[in-house]
Design a protein around this ligand. Structure first.
Ligand code: SAH
Length: 219
């Protein structure tokens, strides 16, 4: 499969990164990661014109590719170091996963929806983003066989903090998760400071599709 990333795309991406910087994203590694991932390739060709607007967009199966600002915001809160082992819950289009792969080679991502899982696995392989280990299943339960994680990033809105995700954090690890009702969610970061010690911080309000599964919303 051949993909084109033209000067026009690259210019649009630089403009998007400028916009993100103006909105307060300041982590240079995160900005560089967003500048490096060709978001238009995650869109159907007919919708490519929407790729570099700072907006979420439907990807089928009732799901969306998160807004670039949201991706940058969550990634910045996660504070990924180059040796970190990171789990993303909600692979969706694979865009956030590709951004994480620019920051560490140790990325795992889990998607509940089998259709999206199959499509995105095929697509990321074709794109050459081989680094991530992709899983299909209920990510509200985490991925116990691959734990512990230095970072867990949930890209769907949860009713509360899934206990399994807290357990699967390494000491020093961070869980970034939107928590709220099915309308809006507040971004929460929980840092595991000791085996039984967790510190919770709250940030901006967002709007995500619901996290399903055992510790999510009922299907
Ligand atoms: N990170 C994605 C955004 C995905 S939208 C991107 O960059 O495109 C949220 C995704 O979470 C959807 O694909 C949805 O199917 C998935 N999801 C919802 N509940 C889940 C669960 N319990 N485990 C794993 N994935 C889940």
């Amino acid at each position: 499969m051949t993909y084109t990333d033209t000067y026009r795309h690259q210019g649009q991406r630089r403009a998007l990164v400028r916009e993100l910087r103006q909105r307060g994203i300041h982590d240079e590694r995160v900005l560089a990661a967003l500048a490096a991932v060709p978001r238009h390739l995650f869109f159907e060709p007919a919708f490519e014109a929407h790729a570099y607007q700072d907006k979420a967009f439907p990807i089928g199966e009732g799901q969306t590719i998160s807004q670039p600002y949201t991706v940058a915001y969550q990634t910045q809160l996660l504070g990924v170091q180059p040796t970190d082992h990171v789990l993303e819950v909600g692979t969706g289009s694979g865009y956030q996963c590709a951004v994480l792969l620019k920051l560490t080679p140790h990325v795992e991502s889990i998607e509940f929806n089998e259709v999206l899982f199959a499509r995105t696995r095929h697509f990321l392989a074709a794109l050459g983003a081989h680094g991530a280990a992709l899983h299909c299943g209920d990510g509200s339960l985490g991925l116990p066989e691959r734990a512990p994680f230095d970072g867990i990033l949930v890209t769907a809105g949860a009713p509360g903090l899934p206990p399994a995700l807290l357990r699967q954090l390494r000491v020093g690890g961070r869980l970034v998760i939107p928590v709220g009702d099915n309308q809006t969610q507040r971004m929460v970061r929980v840092t595991r400071e000791g085996p039984e010690s967790f510190v919770r911080e709250e940030f901006e309000v967002f709007r995500f599709v619901p996290l399903l599964g055992a510790s999510g919303w009922r299907q």
